[in-house]
Design a protein around this ligand. Structure first.
Ligand SMILES: N[C@@H](CCC(=O)N[C@@H](CS)C(=O)NCC(=O)O)C(=O)O
Length: 213
């Protein structure tokens, strides 16, 4: 498998889940500004919409999976024994999918126009407020002392929230959400998260060196 990633983006969630499962997909770094890849692949052929993550499968169809929620869920579903996602057809799964859609639409995609400074000040303020409200809902869920969003078990939803900590770049003020911050620190301590950050940095540096050569 090949996993296309970019620096400090939602692809970190897919890396973290692969690491939790002991998988070692070949990582390819995509430079979202320069539009090049670390292995020379034409990224528009990989994803015409030009975003990461993309998971290139080695099946007969050579499927290219996109969408953070789908890639993380797919990997977790292949290894149910790891407990990273509830089984399809259960209410627990529906509730986890609800959480994943919430994170994708109310958090991840709301940060992006802010980081790219694409909104009027009124629009940016509205978006920042929406993001803070969404993280506040997560903070309140964690207030009962649970370790992770659904309880004591780490899941793909936790990986996704961890990968969206872009508040310093987007300007959404969430530093006061203490339960959330303690939870992110818990995830930061997981070896899977540390490996994801290290691998991402290594890939970014390799790509930069190749561009400079
Ligand atoms: N719908 C996609 C969107 C993924 C996405 O927005 N990726 C961003 C990084 S988090 C990206 O690659 N952006 C490329 C760009 O801005 O040019 C998903 O949920 O995975």
């Amino acid at each position: 498998m090949k996993l296309y990633i970019a620096q400090a983006t939602c692809s970190l969630a897919a890396q973290l889940i692969a690491n939790e499962l002991g998988l070692n997909p070949e990582l390819v770094h995509y430079d979202v500004f320069g539009k090049t890849t670390s292995n020379g692949d034409n990224f528009l052929e990989v994803n015409p919409l030009a975003y990461v993550p993309v998971l290139a499968l080695e099946n007969d169809q050579k499927d290219l999976l996109t969408e953070t929620t789908i890639i993380t869920s797919y990997l977790a579903d292949q290894h149910p024994e790891a407990g990273l996602i509830p089984a399809h057809g259960t209410l627990e799964r529906v509730k986890l999918d609800q959480l994943l859609t919430f994170i994708a639409t109310e958090i991840a995609q709301k940060h992006i126009p802010l980081m790219r400074k694409l909104q009027t000040e009124a629009g940016a303020e509205w978006t920042r407020n929406k993001i803070v409200s969404a993280y506040t809902v997560l903070d309140e869920r964690l207030a009962d002392g649970r370790a992770y969003l659904t309880g004591e078990q780490f899941t793909v939803a936790d990986a996704y929230v961890w990968a969206t900590m872009w508040h310093e770049r987007s300007g959404a003020q969430i530093g006061h959400l203490q339960n959330l911050m303690a939870y992110i620190a818990r995830i930061n301590a997981r070896p899977s998260a540390q490996k994801a950050i290290k691998d991402e940095t290594d890939m970014f540096n390799l790509h930069e060196a190749a561009k400079a050569a």
